[in-house]
Design a protein around this ligand. Structure first.
Ligand code: PHE
Length: 363
């Protein structure tokens, strides 16, 4: 074996034995680097005579080519092995449950508003809104509430300082001004509900200075108290998800409805708990007031520029918070607005369970 072929065999064996990219690089520098053995041999070719070069050149060129090829091949093999090892070490287990983090829930007031909007949508009502900062004309005057009415008093209503144009601004005390705004801005027939925040100067276990109401308004031709009764009965059955809801209509008084009707639902005592449903006059039963309503007063229809001989309708207003308390069994209204996360976790909703008229009754 010549010196060169021995060198070649030794280098190729070393390259084959290299087990890391770093070891291979050390071998490369030792052979092909500036001062490497192969580079040294190549340099000897320069000063040779053409005849000598013709004789000694080919084995040296062959050495260079063989070592270069062996280095490249081994490098590719080591890189592939490194990649395989990395892929094996970094696999992701797709079957592991993901960490979904803290989850919120729907507040009972939002839930009940959604439920009411769904139920009334099925009855052909759309949702209307109005400002929470109202003027006293929309909140009182147009609703036939006289200057002397106690609801207008400072100790019941939150007023703003008088505006420059003389308008008396206040925090609306009910959602009824949305009736006025809807009649003034649109054409009958009208079928709307108006959910929203209202404000009164009141605070105890069953009253908060801010609470929620839903107003309902229907204006059309030939509307009677019968339509009102059917609508309320249908809505309350769907809302409480019971077929055995019994209503009691009591004559009442609101300046903006005539006649006015307060509506109670019957409850039954089951294990000492009031459960909505059944005849309130049955032994152990009773009645809970749930809403105020009536036929829209002619004066209100007139104040909105409509002819009360042509257009009639009914209106109702109910407390959303109170409905939520009755349906879901909470007893302190103040807890609704404390923002206590433990309360929200307990009473909150996932947001997908909303009864509709078809899904709610008897479901
Ligand atoms: N606005 C009345 C209240 O807040 C409720 C109501 C609305 C009564 C519509 C009759 C008609 O008590």
């Amino acid at each position: 074996m010549t010196e060169i072929s021995a060198l070649k065999a030794g280098l190729i064996a070393d390259i084959a034995a290299a087990d890391t990219l770093e070891a291979l690089e050390t071998l490369r520098v030792g052979a092909m680097g500036k001062n490497g053995v192969v580079t040294g041999l190549l340099k000897t070719l320069g000063p040779m005579s053409p005849e000598e070069r013709l004789e000694k050149g080919p084995p040296i060129q062959d050495l260079r080519e063989s070592v270069t090829a062996a280095l490249a091949e081994k490098k590719a093999a080591l890189e592939q092995a490194a990649l395989d090892a990395k892929l094996a070490a970094e696999t992701i287990d797709m079957t592991l449950p993901a960490d979904i983090g803290p989850q919120g829930s729907v507040h009972p007031v939002s839930q009940v508003m959604d439920e009411l909007a769904e139920i009334f949508a099925d009855l052909g009502f759309s949702v209307a809104t109005g400002p929470e900062i109202e003027d006293d004309w929309h909140n009182f005057t147009a609703l036939n509430i006289p200057e002397t009415h106690p609801a207008r008093a400072m100790h019941d209503t939150f007023y703003f300082p008088d505006a420059e144009d003389g308008k008396k601004m206040l925090l609306r005390t009910h959602t009824s001004p949305v009736q006025i705004r809807t009649m003034m801005n649109g054409e009958p027939p009208i079928r709307i509900i108006a959910p929203g925040r209202v404000y009164r100067s009141d605070s105890d276990a069953t009253h908060t200075p801010m609470f929620h109401q839903i107003e309902g308004l229907v204006i059309d031709k030939g509307i009677t108290l019968g339509h009102l009764k059917w609508t309320l009965e249908t809505f309350l059955k769907a809302f409480f998800e019971r077929d055995d809801i019994v209503l009691r209509l009591r004559p009442s008084y609101f300046p903006f409805t005539e006649p006015s009707v307060e509506v109670d639902v019957g409850y039954t005592l089951i294990n000492g708990q009031r459960v909505i449903g059944g005849d309130g006059d049955a032994p152990g039963g009773g009645w809970l007031e749930v809403l105020g309503s009536g036929m829209v007063n002619r004066r209100v229809i007139e104040a909105c520029g409509l002819d009360p001989d042509e257009w009639q309708g009914f209106a109702f207003g109910t407390g959303v918070d109170r409905l939520a308390m009755l349906k879901y069994g909470m007893n302190d209204l103040r807890a609704f607005f404390d923002g206590d996360l433990r309360w929200l976790k307990h009473y909150g909703f996932m947001g997908l369970d909303v009864p509709t008229l078809s899904g709610g009754v008897g479901a």
